[in-house]
Design a protein around this ligand. Structure first.
Ligand code: ZN
Length: 213
């Protein structure tokens, strides 16, 4: 049976959070202390992006490690859209920009596909990450083809889902627009400065991380 998953907007207060119970122990208003690990992974990932893109350190082993950490960043993003990482609204907003940069796509923009369709309409035709999308006899082939099958379906409807938010969820709609604009500027600047390094050291991990879907 599909577990009931809380929607993003229901997680407003920090009454049961680590920070609420330990208000003087940390300057960082984390909801749960376990998320220090998530912050550590993102810190490491950002460092790997930077040293490779800038040319400070390039080694064949660093790119697979970056791909693995990008995959973990997608998992952190998934967790965040169900249960926001911080008890502070402004920290969450800032964190969503960081997650967008680490994964190459807006954080709020995955809510229609994931929270609304996958969890809200689990395994129906409206769920674009339903396992029945691929049906090969070999599971390795299912694993390889699945992300492409998902992307094809998502791109057909994603913009209409987000346009619908203009009236239904204007706050989330503005979040998507802001995150997309910031990401667009970030990618454009990086491409202008060094397009080849941007495609390799950001583009490859961003694509690899899509397997998390
Ligand atoms: Zn989920």
């Amino acid at each position: 049976m599909q577990p009931r998953v809380p929607h993003l907007r229901k997680w407003r207060d920090g009454a049961h959070s680590f920070h609420a119970r330990n208000p003087r122990r940390s300057l960082v208003p984390l909801r749960y202390s376990a998320d220090w690990r998530s912050l550590g992974f993102l810190f490491l990932l950002s460092g790997l992006y930077w040293v490779q893109w800038s040319g400070l350190a390039r080694h064949w082993s660093l790119l697979p490690a970056t791909c693995l950490l990008a995959f973990i960043a997608f998992i952190i993003k998934h967790n965040h859209i169900h249960c926001r990482t911080f008890t502070s609204r402004s920290w969450n907003r800032a964190f969503e920009f960081v997650l967008s940069a680490c994964t190459g796509q807006s954080t709020a923009a995955i809510i229609p596909v994931h929270n609304e369709r996958h969890h809200g309409k689990f395994h129906t035709k409206q769920d674009f990450v339903r396992s029945s999308l691929v049906n090969f006899n070999q599971n390795w082939l299912n694993l390889m083809v699945f992300p492409f099958a998902v992307v094809r379906l998502v791109h057909r409807t994603k913009s209409s889902d987000i346009s619908r938010w203009q009236k239904e969820k204007p706050g989330l709609y503005r979040c998507v627009q802001r995150e997309r604009a910031a990401l667009f500027v970030f990618i454009a600047v990086m491409l202008v400065l060094n397009w080849r390094a941007t495609l390799i050291y950001f583009g490859v991990p961003w694509l690899f991380g899509q397997w998390e879907s």
